[in-house]
Ligand binder design. Structure first.
Ligand code: COA
Length: 178
């Protein structure tokens, strides 16, 4: 995983249409996110084919973003290419964002998730997120409803241990490390 750079944006925006379909963000929205500087932390998950030693053939297989404010941290987005789901890429991205949020002193982390998104909700539950509310018609233009979820406190030793435990339980990864 590497911090998201401007040269990732076009590919991510293309993937976004596969990942989020009707609710996909535009490339412009990703640009404006990256332009927020220290208030955002975006990661790109890169993979390369088995047996390939160079970085030339890497491809983007996932991405995720965190917003940081005085009120706490917030998961802006997380997406993984469909054919690589269920292998822990989403969990690794989330764990990295949550560690960053802890480093920056956030005490809580929030997010919204579609009420029918069982895979994402399973992932968030495992990372200590609980439902704290519901927003009707939150997703646009599709009009889908969202659960509001929050993990708190995330600034404790215990939460750090939970992240370590969840990471240890993940399958081996072909993701490139920085
Ligand atoms: C949510 C998402 C990022 C998870 O990525 P991932 O790489 O599959 O995540 P993981 O491999 O770490 O798996 C996370 C959980 O989803 C489950 N899962 C993965 N693919 C699934 C599928 N097709 N159907 C049901 N559950 C699935 C996994 O079993 C795991 O649950 P578990 O911890 O109880 O075993 C990915 O499904 C995705 O990109 N979805 C579309 C975009 C999206 O909904 N993003 C979240 C917006 S709030």
């Amino acid at each position: 995983m590497v911090p998201t750079r401007w040269w990732h944006v076009e590919t991510i925006a293309n993937l976004e249409r596969t990942v989020f379909v009707a609710d996909a963000w535009s490339a412009e929205l990703f640009w404006s996110e990256l332009a927020q500087g220290d208030q955002r932390y975006y990661l790109t998950a890169l993979s390369r084919p088995r047996g390939v030693a160079t970085h030339d053939l890497t491809s983007i297989v996932g991405y995720a973003g965190l917003a940081i404010s005085e009120d706490g941290a917030y998961i802006q987005t997380v997406g993984v290419v469909p054919h690589l789901r269920g292998r822990g890429v989403g969990a690794r991205l989330m764990i990295s964002l949550l560690r960053r949020a802890r480093q920056l002193g956030a005490r809580s982390c929030g997010l919204e998730v579609r009420t029918d998104n069982h895979a994402a909700r399973a992932l968030y539950h495992r990372l200590g997120f609980v439902d704290i509310g519901q927003r009707r018609g939150y997703y646009q233009p599709s009009g889908g409803d969202a659960f509001v979820m929050r993990a708190r406190p995330i600034d404790t030793v215990g939460y750090g241990i939970l992240l370590d435990d969840r990471e240890r339980a993940l399958p081996g990864s072909a993701l490139l490390q920085p």
